[in-house]
Design a protein around this ligand. Structure first.
Ligand SMILES: [Zn+2]
Ligand SMILES: [Zn+2]
Length: 240
């Protein structure tokens, strides 16, 4: 009997809900982590060191961190980051020397700008990326479990970025084929819904037909192509 990885049942349950299951679990785990940080780890030295090195959180997680309503916790960590930034400001020249190359382009060198750049990613983004890879690997490698296979077939599929991650996590060609085959069927159904939406929206063809399941297909399609808001930001572009 295969040993099931941590998160297998979470994935199984989440596949029954609308949208990409990996996006939803990633968001859930990120929220839990931010709660844990705020209520248990604000004075924890490794957490404080990470916040200093990452210069705080990314824009998305900064906004959600403030929504947790633990003002004192947020204050302690923001104070650490500001202390780090001010220490760098005190010690580092804002502008470096000119070189011939820079004179020609007009661009200046700023040691301060370089020093202020984050040395590590946002602590929540870092944990979230690990979680996404883990759930994608669980899906990719355990589709031979009849329960997961059925749940995935009946689901909305995973979003395009997580489909790519899952394919990268497959360990053999049979698993990759199975994963791709199911996702292809799901996307074919979604495309048929988009086509039906367009057909019914066409004034020439319209015969008072009411919209059915395809009524929000355009919205679901955008989310399933781009991933859920808050999971994929503009920092997840090509080559990153
Ligand atoms: Zn996703
Ligand atoms: Zn982040």
């Amino acid at each position: 009997m295969t040993l099931l990885p941590f998160g297998f049942y979470d994935l199984l349950d989440q596949l029954a809900e609308p949208g990409c299951a990996i996006c939803a679990l990633a968001r859930r785990d990120a929220d839990k982590l931010m709660d844990t940080i705020l209520y248990e780890q604000v004075v924890d030295p490794p957490t404080q060191e990470h916040f200093r090195a990452s210069r705080g959180l990314c824009a998305e997680h900064s906004a959600r961190f403030s929504e947790i309503r633990n003002a004192l916790g947020v204050c302690v960590l923001a104070d650490q980051v500001l202390d780090e930034v001010l220490t760098i400001l005190d010690k580092t020249p804002a502008r470096g020397g000119q070189s011939l190359g820079r004179l020609l382009t007009g661009a200046g060198d700023s040691p301060l700008a370089r020093k202020l750049a984050p040395e590590r990613p946002c602590i929540v983004c870092e944990a979230q990326a690990r979680g996404e890879t883990h759930y994608a690997a669980t899906l990719a490698r355990h589709l031979n479990d009849a329960r997961l296979d059925e749940a995935f077939r009946l689901s909305d599929g995973v979003c395009l970025p997580h489909f790519v991650t899952a394919l990268e996590q497959t360990t053999d060609s049979a698993a990759a084929q199975r994963l791709a085959g199911i996702q292809r069927n799901i996307w074919r159904r979604l495309k048929a819904e988009l086509d039906e939406f367009m057909r019914k929206s066409d004034a020439v063809n319209a015969r008072g037909e009411t919209m059915d399941i395809e009524s929000d297909s355009w919205r679901r399609a955008m989310t399933l192509l781009g991933g859920e808001r808050g999971v994929f930001g503009r920092n997840r572009g090509a080559g990153t």
